[in-house]
Unconditional design. Structure first.
Length: 407
C-alpha cells in the first residue's frame, strides 16, 4: 500500500519520552506513546506499522517479521489477521475524520469498507478553494465508490464540458446511477439555457417573463432570438445531453429534456448535429421520443420510429440499434406486445452483451406473453428458453407470476 507523505523528523524529547515509557511502564506503554504521536502527526502509514507492532507484541509474535502473516501457523495467523483488519480500520477512519477521503479509501478498500468511504463522500461539501475536490472526485466517480455524488461534484467543480467528457469516457455501469448522472446534466444545461435566454431578453428591453417559464415559453414568438445563427448555450453540450436523455426515467426531468429539444429544433441548421439512425434529426426525433415517454403524442412517436426501422436493411448495425430503440420506446409506453414482436423480428440471436433493451424473455414476462416466448424458443431450437417459458407459465400452462418472482 503506497501512501505518499512527507518525511518527518521527531524531536529528541519524543525519543526521550519513548525511552522513559519503556523503562518505567513497559513495552506496551512505549508502543502506545508511539501510536499517539503518529496519530497526532497524521503519519498514517507509520501509524499502521505501529499498530501492527503492538499486535505482534500482545500476541507474543516476533517483533521483526521474517515473512507475512500468511506464514504464521493457526491460531496465531487468524488472531493477527483480526488485528491487521482492526488496524487498517482505525487508520482509515482517522483519515476520514481528518477529511482525507482519498487516503482513507486506500486503506478501507483493502478490508471491503467502500460503503464507509461512500458515506464520507456523500457528506462531503467542498469550499470553492478546496484542493481535495479533484482527488475525491477521482475516488467517487472514476473508481466507482460513490459515482452519482462524484459526478455531481465533477459537474459543480469543473463544469458541463468536463462532466460530459467524463460521462462519455467512463459512464457508470449501473443503470440507475447512469440515469442519475444524466439527470444532473439535464438540470444543469436547462438551468443555464433559461438563464442565458432571460439575460438576452433583458438586454433587448423585453418584458420580464414570469418566474418558472419554460424554454418553450421563453422562445415562443421570438424567432429573432435565433437570427444570424445565434445561440444561447454551447450547442455541442446541448446535443450531447439530449442524446443521453433517453435513459432517464423521472417524468419531471424528461420534461426538461423535451424543453431542451424545443430550443434545439429552432437552431440554425448549421448549428445542429446529425446523429445516427433513428435520431438523424437530433432534436426533432428526440422531441418525439422523449415526449412519448411523458405521454405526449405516443401514437405519433411509435409510428415515426417504426417507419424509421422499416427504411433500414435488417441485420445491419443501424437497424439493430433502431430496433432496440423502438423496443425500449414500446416497452416504456405500455405497448409490450408490440415490443415483443419487434424483438422477435429484428433481434433474433443477438447476444445479451449487445442489448441495451430488455431481452425477449423479459419482454414476454412483462407483457404476459410467456406462451409467445415458448413458441419462439421452440422454433429456434432454444431448449433453455423453452424450458424457462414452460416453467414460468406454471403447471397448467398459464402464467403464474406470483409463484415465480422475477430474478
Amino acid at each position: 500500500m503506497k501512501e505518499p507523505s512527507p518525511a518527518r523528523t521527531h524531536s529528541s524529547q519524543t525519543f526521550a519520552a519513548l525511552d522513559r515509557a519503556l523503562e518505567m511502564e513497559g513495552p506496551l506503554a512505549a508502543v502506545g506513546l508511539v501510536i499517539d504521536q503518529l496519530e497526532q502527526a497524521g503519519e498514517h502509514r507509520a501509524l499502521l506499522d505501529a499498530l501492527l507492532l503492538k499486535a505482534r507484541l500482545e500476541l507474543a509474535l516476533p517483533l521483526i517479521p521474517s515473512g507475512t502473516f500468511h506464514d504464521l501457523h493457526e491460531p496465531e495467523r487468524s488472531r493477527f489477521e483480526d488485528r491487521y483488519v482492526q488496524a487498517i480500520h482505525r487508520v482509515g477512519e482517522r483519515c476520514l475524520e481528518l477529511g482525507d477521503i482519498p487516503t482513507g479509501w486506500t486503506y478501507l478498500r483493502t478490508i471491503g469498507e467502500d460503503e464507509r468511504v461512500g458515506r464520507a463522500i456523500r457528506e462531503y461539501q467542498p469550499d470553492d478553494d478546496d484542493e481535495r475536490a479533484g482527488a475525491i472526485i477521482e475516488v467517487a466517480f472514476h473508481h466507482g465508490v460513490e459515482p452519482a455524488r462524484g459526478f455531481e461534484l465533477l459537474l459543480e467543480r469543473f463544469g458541463t464540458c468536463s462532466a460530459i467528457s467524463a460521462f462519455e469516457q467512463a459512464a457508470p455501469r449501473d443503470d440507475a446511477v447512469r440515469a442519475a448522472c444524466v439527470e444532473r446534466l439535464i438540470e444543469r444545461v436547462h438551468r443555464d439555457l433559461v438563464a442565458s435566454l432571460r439575460a438576452d431578453l433583458a438586454s433587448r428591453g423585453q418584458v420580464e417573463p414570469p418566474a418558472g417559464a419554460s424554454v418553450a415559453e421563453l422562445i415562443a414568438g421570438r424567432d429573432w432570438l435565433f437570427s444570424d445563427d445565434s445561440y444561447h448555450i454551447d450547442v455541442s453540450h446541448l446535443a450531447a445531453v439530449v442524446r443521453f436523455s433517453v435513459i432517464v426515467k423521472r417524468a419531471q426531468t424528461l420534461a426538461l429534456a423535451v424543453d431542451l429539444t424545443e430550443y434545439g429544433r429552432r437552431l440554425s441548421p448549421r448549428l445542429k448535429y446529425e446523429s445516427p439512425p433513428p435520431f438523424q434529426d437530433t432534436y426533432g426525433d428526440h422531441h418525439a421520443y422523449l415526449g412519448a415517454l411523458i405521454g405526449r403524442d405516443v401514437e405519433g412517436a411509435v409510428h415515426r420510429f417504426k417507419a424509421k426501422l422499416a427504411e433500414l436493411d435488417p441485420g445491419e448495425d443501424e437497424a439493430i440499434f433502431s430496433a432496440q430503440t423502438l423496443v425500449n420506446l414500446l416497452s416504456r409506453v405500455g405497448r409490450g406486445s408490440e415490443a415483443v414482436e419487434v424483438a422477435v423480428a429484428n433481434l433474433a440471436g443477438l447476444p445479451e452483451t449487445a442489448l441495451f433493451c430488455p431481452n425477449l424473455a423479459q419482454l414476454c414476462e412483462q407483457a404476459a406473453m410467456l406462451d409467445r416466448l415458448g413458441e419462439v424458443a421452440r422454433a429456434r431450437g432454444d431448449l433453455v428458453s423453452y424450458a424457462t417459458a414452460r416453467l414460468a407459465m406454471g403447471p397448467i400452462g398459464h402464467p403464474d407470476p406470483g409463484s415465480h418472482p422475477a430474478v
